[in-house]
Design a protein around this ligand. Sequence first.
Ligand code: FNR
Length: 337
Amino acid sequence: MTTGPGVGPLDDSFVWPGSVDSRAVGYIEGDLGGANRRDVEAWRALRILPRVLRDVTRVSTEWQHDGLTFASPILVAPWASQTFVHPEGEKATSHGAASAGVPFVLSSNSATRVVDLPADGAPFWSQLYVPPRREDILPYLKASQDAGALGFVVTVDAPTVPVDFSFRSPIRDIAPPSVNFRDGVMPAVAADLSVADFAWIHEVTGLPVLAKGVLAAEDAAMLVEAGVDGIIVSNHGGRQLGAVVTTSSVLASVAGAVAGRAPVWVDGGIRSGEDVFRALALGASAVLVGRPAARALVEGASGVEAVLDELRVQLHTAMTMAGAATLADISRSHLAS
Ligand code: FNR
């Protein structure tokens, strides 16, 4: 591992400034069994097969979703307690994403209440964990709806929190006052989550509901058949199960099972515009970034904007070099088999 000045937020050798508590850094960078590192390496190992003689006079990274147009298909992933990194926390993330022209996903364990998100911030989805007593989530659903959330992202890969793992425990002492993180412990999560919960959230709110943390094609097919509005292929950034598969290795099979019936997004180890290109070639329509956005937040909103812009520009270059003028032009034929 190399360290040193000039290592930016897309680099896993990023050097955190002393202003961020080392326990928070340990929490943010926490990686069970090197699962996140394997994700990073697996994307990098996928070779792009450039296609030539395609008209790339005008290349556009624009992403259309649900009638909205964004500058790129790159979202900030939901990550908890952002005031660990910057006093403006989620507000700065929202402003940074807005300046970069992309949306973000608000963590239900955010340090900022959904009602306190800036009115001039970016469009967002509200992430949530379904609690054992379903009605406990109703105020959050209502507040999110009132604040203009585009929809909900239900995280399905955390029926329990591996609290015994060392990187999470130290933050109990430093957790900022937060919506759900007030006592420094995660709220309980339902261990009996089912497709009925998705239908219920959709019924209560009338908004789209996506499932985050799907890795098996059969699970994706079951969710889509039950009417879920989107699948996010994710292993929670390697923070739940050390031996978990890489997201890049299962993405194509999940996308195949979904077969265009719902959008498929992916996260975990995305560190460059070429990684975004690889993800789209394997069937994703958008990607999310967690740790790069967390590191960028050291610089506040402008840092978040800069890292999202950098990824967009890198994606633009990859598309131009590989012969894809629009996101729709990126296909499996752009990857070496
Ligand atoms: C997360 N992640 C996460 N996911 C979620 O659904 N709800 C949450 O509250 C959190 N909290 C959280 C905190 C921190 C510090 C990190 C780093 C991550 C997981 C996150 O949404 C995403 O799946 C991963 O971060 C993607 O991997 P990369 O981009 O960090 O490699």
